[in-house]
Design a protein around this ligand. Structure first.
Ligand SMILES: [Zn+2]
Length: 162
């Protein structure tokens, strides 16, 4: 059998798998594959390879795709709202720290005046100011930022602390 016939057979096998072949070519191919053991094995191997590839090509269930899309969409929405929440938290903390220092300046001058009236040593009222005014105020101002860590809790699905 001329070698061109084997090449033609393989060419037609490939075309048959990809785009189909004419009825005349199909008849010629079937006749050749019936007579030629080598091309018969090649045709069998090609058919098995295509079946194996079909097995890997999963049909996507539209309902499952919709569920995945909804989960991804709601997760993105949660992340956006958590981001906005974190931004508000930082702004609130910055305002609280500003108010703490403004209030501390006023309190500092008031305590200095009272201490001079009562003849208190400056170290005494300054330590009292730091211990009973400045530290508690700063801790309260920073509390929202560390609330999660302090409570040791994880946020629920809506990104809010339990
Ligand atoms: Zn052949």
């Amino acid at each position: 059998m001329p070698i061109e016939n084997h090449e033609k057979a393989r060419f037609l096998l490939h075309r048959a798998l990809v785009e189909g072949i004419s009825l005349e070519d199909r008849r010629w191919l079937d006749a050749h594959v019936g007579q030629c053991a080598e091309c018969g094995r090649y045709a069998d191997l090609s058919a098995r390879t295509v079946r194996a590839l079909d097995w890997f090509a999963l049909e996507l269930d539209p309902a499952a795709a919709l569920r995945v899309e909804n989960v991804v969409r709601s997760r993105a929405e949660e992340m956006r709202s958590a981001e906005a929440h974190a931004k508000r938290l930082w702004i609130g903390t910055a305002v609280a720290i500003f108010l703490t220092f403004t209030g501390s300046a006023v309190t500092w001058h008031t305590l200095a005046w009272l201490a001079s009236q009562w003849n208190l040593p400056s170290r005494v009222w300054q330590i009292g100011f730091v211990a009973f005014w400045l530290l508690p105020s700063l801790m309260l101002a920073l509390l929202p930022l560390f609330r999660r860590t302090l409570l040791g809790g994880h946020s629920d699905s809506k990104g809010q602390t339990i």
